[in-house]
Design a protein around this ligand. Structure first.
Ligand SMILES: [Ca+2]
Length: 454
């Protein structure tokens, strides 16, 4: 039986609002690789030292600049954890509603629920008929509120398509929330990303799906789409090809149209006559799990590398982030990916990377007034089982100088969104049996129960 918990997270009376949920298995997670690298990190919290003492997965890897990886630990501040509910099934994302209730997506089976600030849990909201999100194979992914939600009650969400018993790809929809009636109304599919199917039709739904949404300061929807590759010996090169949405950040209007100013509108790709897809904003991504705007308007993304080389990227218009041509990781077999390059001309470097992998998921920028967390972004870690805090270095580079909460023993899916007065964190506490065998410390009762004070 899986256990999933929604937890409150706060510090010194000035809080953060964080949400996280279920880990979704990759085809071959780094944690199941075949080498002696420990599957679950054992973290150290010595000030000034990296928390993860394992060697990089790619033996000859070199950071492109100082502090691109292995940032030192610094204990930032005390905080406590309070459980809000332990009754969620496979939560994937959450959005905090005005008033403090939390709208949560459960991925499998797909459902929207509202977690009351008193800890109550609603029945699944009605209104999703026709999207097939409650089939066992598919389900819901992210949800965000319209910036004008208080007036228009509009939400945007991602889900998996499902047709003729075959899972498809990530789709984007909107709806109007009627919380009092427990319903979604005016559900409208905005966009179906292409191609409809992965490179391997037996690939599990949700594998390298992307599906994170961020609403830009420009009012457009930015959405990550994973490369939907089965992570075989030869990576599917779709992230480098501009006539698919796979391995991209796309940018669309709230009606699902290509947003004005997108970089590849009207452009042809290598083969004459084949147009680049007009929704593409950036490309060369692998398995993007997090997407969020910083307070200064910059857009950041986190993604799973193959084995090692999980990345934090600063996403800019038209830029190529390199997958699968360059990576700081290696194939699951231990062999190089492609030619084994870590960097290359025209390929944007991650502003920070993790190796070995920790499986970063959601992102949330701190916008509160606790000075200890000023300028911070929080990253939930799945395999890494921690909440990481990153702070800026220089003008544009962010790094994990201050990873926090390394002893959580929980997979953090989506630290999210509203930072006011208190903090909430939804933490998935599912364990893999294999992990339990590997890490005796992890067999102990999770440390994230009910309340923790540090
Ligand atoms: Ca990259």
């Amino acid at each position: 039986m899986k256990h999933h918990r929604l937890l409150a997270y706060s510090s010194a009376g000035i809080g953060a609002l964080l949400l996280a949920g279920l880990a979704m298995a990759q085809t071959k997670p780094a944690s199941e690789a075949d080498t002696p690298i420990p599957r679950t990190p054992v973290y150290h919290t010595d000030p000034g030292q990296p928390i993860d003492s394992r060697a990089p997965t790619k033996a000859d890897d070199r950071p492109a600049f100082a502090q691109q990886t292995d940032a030192p630990y610094d204990h930032p501040t005390d905080f406590k954890v309070t459980e809000m509910t332990g009754a969620l099934q496979a939560p994937w994302a959450a959005a905090v509603l005005p008033g403090g209730d939390v709208l949560v997506t459960e991925r499998l089976p797909g459902a929207f629920r509202i977690v009351g600030k008193d800890g109550s849990l609603s029945a699944p909201l009605s209104g999703l008929d026709g999207l097939h999100v409650t089939t066992p194979q598919t389900g819901l992914l992210d949800v965000v509120l319209d910036p004008d939600f208080a007036r228009n009650r509009t939400i945007y969400f991602t889900y998996f398509t499902y047709d003729e018993k075959i899972v498809g790809n990530t789709a984007i929809a909107r709806a109007v929330l009627d919380a009092r009636a427990g319903a979604l109304r005016d559900v409208k599919v905005l966009m179906q990303t292409l191609p409809l199917f992965p490179n391997d039709t037996t690939l599990a739904a949700g594998t390298k799906s992307g599906g994170r949404i961020a609403v830009g300061p420009d009012g457009y929807l930015y959405v990550t789409i994973g490369d939907r590759d089965n992570a075989g010996i030869r990576p599917w090169g779709v992230a480098q090809v501009l006539d698919t949405h796979l391995g991209k950040v796309i940018r669309i209007t709230k009606d699902g149209k290509p947003a004005p100013g997108n970089p590849f509108i009207g452009k042809t790709i290598a083969e004459p006559g084949i147009k680049a897809l007009p929704e593409i904003w950036a490309y060369g991504l692998r398995s993007p799990e997090g997407l969020a705007f910083a307070p200064n308007g910059d857009l950041y993304e986190v993604e799973h590398g193959p084995r090692g080389g999980d990345e934090l990227n600063l996403i800019r218009k038209g830029v190529n982030y390199g997958w699968p041509l360059v990576t700081h990781g290696v194939d699951y077999s231990g062999k190089p990916v492609g030619k084994g390059a870590s960097t290359g001309p025209g390929m944007e470097e991650p502003v920070y990377y993790w190796s070995p992998s920790t499986a970063p998921s959601g992102l949330a920028f701190y916008r509160g007034n606790n000075p200890a967390w000023k300028d911070s972004v929080f990253v939930g870690m799945l395999n890494g089982r921690m909440l990481s805090r990153l702070t800026p270095e220089g003008q544009a580079r962010w790094w994990a100088r201050k990873p926090c909460w390394p002893d959580m023993k929980a997979r953090i899916r989506d630290p999210s969104a509203r930072w006011a007065g208190r903090g909430d964190l939804c933490a998935d506490r599912q364990r893999r049996h294999r992990d339990q065998r590997q890490d005796p410390a992890d067999i102990a009762p999770a440390q994230a129960d009910a309340r923790i004070s540090h």
